[in-house]
Design a binder for this molecule. Structure first.
Ligand code: DLL
Length: 432
């Protein structure tokens, strides 16, 4: 089944025309409603009338996460706050979060996009779906939830945390679909084994995303649970989960191109790349009202294919992600920039700016250890002082990134110094 055949199966010419009409309206909207864009366009001598269709896309300036930080919190919203129905937020590169706002219509479009993704996983209104992404400021929980409701399925809003309870309900309710991060689903699979209920589950399909994973990991999940696992992609700035998903052919993730215009650009020259070439994914949000973005640089690396898919959909497909062009880490589904931790440490007394993040995966759950150099005097002080400082640092970091961390204090000059770009992260996770 295809959720919206009219939009997901149109010819390339029809799609290009629709995108062109929507892009022209988008440019006009941001020029007149967002000072940031008006100034940015004026600086390069552009007026809305200069953009006549997607053939003029290259004339438009890019938008970055830093632009959102500089206009924190609502500076890039294109409607008055009275029209904003909901706010979500994700990690910024330093202290301030990246804030996104949605109108009622934005939430409706988002729900439809997620419903399209759920349909690609062959789940429908007769299914019972557990949503085990975090609910709250993170877009995962509520985004998946509204999409599953829009599709007419029965939604069980588990959020994250109590895995045994999740498994018990999976069995008792006859859950047939689950939406959560891939690493959490592997953890759930292990819990199912431990509880000895593998033959009692009725799970058929999953939609997993919010973090990088491999085709191998997808196969492992499928084998362990006897289900079809699908890759779902999205980012808060553009919408949240549901920007793209793979259908049953698993040959790339279909982008909802009628709402999100994708480009792949060379991450250094920022010049557009041809289909099949790997570069940075860039999106223009064609229909967003609350926070419309032009040529937003996602920093995610992938390639694109505009040929029709065997499933019947004609929407462009992006390849499984090959990494990021910045240093953002995704730990238990939470986006973490090393610079956030550095900023938090620098605000504290007693520490030096030297630190090392060690990311690992234990029982399919990510762990983060932060090693911090502290001033000499702490090592000659009582052990109690050191313990206090450890607790204090752990608290400050948890406040900054929203994740519990293990802190290990180390002596001055014990962390390796680098002659070039300092290395702050050791990522030991094997994602397959
Ligand atoms: O992670 C939205 C989401 C929620 C997507 C649930 C899918 C499922 P952010 O917290 O803003 O939003 O993080 C966005 O996560 O730029 C990618 O680097 C990464 N990411 C998201 N989905 C995938 C995926 C949500 N399927 C950032 N594969 C993005 C690889 C992904 N990376």
């Amino acid at each position: 089944m295809i959720w919206n055949e009219a939009k997901e199966c149109m010819s390339r010419d029809e799609m290009t025309n629709l995108q062109s009409v929507r892009l022209v309206k988008l440019v006009d909207r941001v020029y007149h409603n967002v000072e940031f864009y008006r100034k940015k366009m004026q600086r390069v001598g552009l007026e809305p009338g200069d953009i006549k269709g997607i053939e003029d896309l290259e004339k438009l300036p890019f938008t970055t996460k830093d632009d959102l930080r500089d206009t924190y919190p609502f500076g890039m919203f294109a409607v008055p706050n009275s029209q904003i129905t909901r706010i979500h937020a994700s990690s910024g590169t330093t202290g301030k979060a990246t804030v996104v706002g949605y109108t009622r219509k934005d939430i409706d479009v988002w729900s439809e996009c997620v419903a399209r993704c759920i349909t690609m996983a062959d789940l429908g209104k007769n299914d019972i779906i557990q949503v085990a992404y975090g609910y709250g400021l993170f877009t995962g929980g509520l985004g998946a939830h509204y999409g599953a409701e829009e599709m007419g399925a029965t939604v069980v809003p588990m959020s994250t945390g109590n895995t045994k309870k999740l498994v018990t309900m999976m069995v008792d309710f006859g859950v047939t679909g689950i939406m959560c991060t891939p690493s959490y689903l592997l953890h759930i699979a292990e819990t199912i084994e431990e509880m000895g209920v593998r033959d009692k589950i009725r799970l058929r399909a999953s939609l997993n995303g919010a973090e990088p994973w491999t085709e191998n990991m997808r196969h492992t999940i499928e084998q362990k649970l006897g289900i079809h696992a699908h890759d779902i992609y999205g980012l808060s700035e553009i919408m949240g989960p549901g920007v793209a998903t793979d259908c049953q052919c698993h040959c790339g993730l279909h982008v909802h191109e009628d709402h999100f215009l994708p480009e792949i650009v060379d991450e250094k020259t920022l010049k557009p790349l041809r289909d099949g070439m790997t570069g940075e994914l860039v999106f223009s949000t064609l229909t967003k009202e609350g926070l419309p973005l032009i040529r937003y640089r996602t920093k995610d690396l992938t390639s694109i294919d505009h040929t029709p898919c065997a499933c019947g959909r004609t929407t462009a497909r992006i390849a499984r992600f090959k990494g990021r062009s910045d240093d953002m880490l995704i730990i238990r589904g939470v986006n973490v920039f090393p610079s956030q931790i550095e900023a938090a440490l620098l605000e504290m007394g007693g520490t030096t700016p030297h630190y090392l993040l060690i990311v690992d995966r234990v029982n399919n759950l990510d762990t983060l250890e932060v090693q911090v150099e502290v001033e000499e005097r702490f090592f000659s002080d009582e052990i109690r002082e050191l313990e206090n400082l450890t607790r204090q640092i752990a608290y400050v970091i948890q406040q900054a990134i929203g994740l519990a961390v293990k802190v290990k204090l180390v002596e001055p000059k014990s962390l390796e110094r680098s002659m070039g770009k300092s290395k702050h992260v050791i990522d030991k996770r094997k994602i397959d």
